[in-house]
Design a protein around this ligand. Sequence first.
Ligand code: WTA
Length: 633
Amino acid sequence: MDHLFDPSKNMYYPPKEILKKANVKDYESLYKKSIEDREGYWAAEARKLEWYRKWDQVLDDSRKPFYKWFSGGKINIVHNALDRHQKNQTRNKLAIIWEGEPGDVRTFSYHALNREVTRFANVLKAMGARKGEVITIYMPQIPELVVAMLACAKIGAPHSVVYGGFSVEALAERIEDAQSRILITADGGFRRGKPTQLKKIANEAMQRSATIEVCIAVKRTGEECYMENDRDFWYHDLMGMPIANAGCCTEQTDSEDPLFILYTSGTTGKPKGLVHTHGGYAVYTATTYRDVFDIKPEDRWWCAADPGWITGHSYIVYAPLINGATIMMYEGAPNHPYPNRWWSMIEKYGINILYTSPTAIRGLMRFGASWADRHNLSSLRLLGSVGEPINPEAWKWYYEVIGKSRCPIMDTWWQTETGGFMITPLPVMPLKPGSAAKPFFGNEISIVDDHGKEVKQGDEGNLIIKNPWPGMARTILGDPDRYVEKYWEKYKEQGWYLAGDSARVDEDGYYWIIGRIDDVIKVSGYRLGSAEIESALVSHPAVSEAAAIGLPDELRGNIIHATVILRQNFTASPALAEELKVHVEKEIGPIAKPSFLEFADSLPKTRSGKIMRRVLRAKALGQDTGDLTTLEE
Ligand code: WTA
C-alpha cells in the first residue's frame, strides 16, 4: 500500500476506510471553532455525559491558576462509566477481558463489573471509608485493581494508586503524604513466571508510615504472607459477607470534588500528589479518547500500560468505560513465555486498537518480525504511542510489521498533570514518524524562549500551554504553592502553563517533542525524579551525597547514572556499588535501579549549591563540559 506514503514529504496518509468512518472528519475547522469559543466547545462535550445537576458556569477563572470547570454541577464519573450503561444494551457487553500471565482468563460484562464495584463499595463503607478521604491502592494488574478504583470513586473517596512496581519507601511516602487510613493491596501478582511480593512490601511500608488502620488484600498468587490481626483482611472474605449485598448508591459528587490523587516525580525528592476531579476530567478524557482513538461500539481496545500510571487511569479505566468500550488487560511481561505473547493475544481476542510505549515497541522489535508474522493481526485498525518520543525507526517497525502499513499511529503527547492528550494526531491526519502532530481541540500551544518570546519556526524552546482545559490537575495535594511555582510561575505575566518539555514546530505546524528540561528522568517511559533516586542513595549509611542523571539508551530511552560521595570510613568497591544499586531498587523499585554507579570525591555545584547535572552528563558521555565559570568546586 505504498500510495499511503509520500516520500517527498515523509508523510503517511490515512487509508480510505478510516477517512470514511472517522468520528472527526475535519480537524482544522473544528479546531478553529474550539479556539474561538472554548467554553462553548467544552460545554457541548460535557452535555454528552449524564449530570445529576447541570453546571452553573463552564469555566471559573476568578482564582487563576486555580481554575474550576463546570462549577455548580453534580456528577460522578462512575455514574457515567457504569451506572448509565446498565440502562441500555451496553449492559451485556464485555467491559473487561483480562488475561493473567500464567494464562488464566477472566471477563466482566458491564453488568458484572457494576455488581462487583457496588459490592466492594459496600465493603469499603462497612470498613469505615468516608467521602473525601484518600484511599491508597497498591496492586498488580488484576481486575480487582479496576474494581477498587471505581468503588472508591463511587463513594466519593479519592483513590491514590501507587504503581505495583514501586517498593517500600515509594509506597510509605505516598501513604504518609495522603494520610491514608485504608490500603487496598494483594498478596502479589505474576511477572516473568514468578510471583511478586506486594503484601510483604506493603507490610514494611505500613511499618514505616503508621497511618493505615485497615488493609484489604486480594489473594492472587496464594503465596504465604503475614496478615496482621484486626488490620489486615482478605478481599474475598469481605466480599462474601452479607453487608456486600446492600444496595449502594453512587455518591452525587460535585464537579470539582477530587476523583483521585496521582503521585508523580518532580524536581525535589518529595513526589507531588496531583489532584484530578470528577467533572472536568471525565469530560476531557472521554472526549479525547472518542476523537483520537475513533472508538466504535464494537471495538476491543488495549492500552498496554499499567493502571498505576496516568495512562492507565485515563485510558485503561475511565475514558474507555465512559465510552462503553471493551477493555483488554494483561497482567504480565510482553515477552513471557515468548516474545509473541502480545501478538497472540491480539489475534486471540481480536483487538482493534493497541496503545503502548516506544520502549515496549523497541523491546519487541529486538526479537524480530517473525514473532509477529506468525499471527493474524488483521483485526487491528489503529495504533498508539505514549510516554516518550518515538524514534522513527521504531515508528516504522510498528507501522509496517504490526500495523501492516494500514493502521495510523496516534503519537499522543501529554502528562500526569494534563489528565489527557494535549498534542496528538487524529486518525484523519497525515502522519510524520516521530511527531505528535497538532494540539487537541481547545488548546493553544506554543514554543517560547525563557522570556516568553515565541521562538523561530523549527527552533527548540519551552513547550507552554496558553489556556486552561477541563482535564488539568487542579493542585498538588497539601501544597498549592508548589503547584503555582512549578507550573505557573515562569510565565506568570502571560498566565501560561509550563510543561517542562522542550519541543519544536515545523513548517506544517507539526510538534516534535525533544525531552524534559528539568530533572525528571524518563526510564522506559516511566517518570522518575533525580532527587528521588538521590534521596534513596543518601538513605544508605555509606553515602554522604549523591547525584543522579539520565543518559540516553537505545532501548529504554534513558538509563540512570549515579555519582556517589562516600562517608568517611567507607571504601569504594565494586561490591559496594552493587549494594547501593540494590538499595535503590529496594527503596523505590526496579525501574529506579541505576545502571551505572561511580564514586567521586566531590560533585560539580554552582555557588548556590545546586548540583550541575549538565556537567555530570557531559562527563559521563565523554563530551566537553562547557562553560564552568559558575562552578564552585
Ligand atoms: C513525556 C505520561 C514525547 C514528556 C502520559 C512528558 C512524551 C512526560 C510523549 C509526562 C510523547 C509523554 N512524545 N514525549 N508522545 N508522551 N511524553 O506524567 O516528557 O508519566 O512531559 O505522563 O512524558 O510523563 P507522565
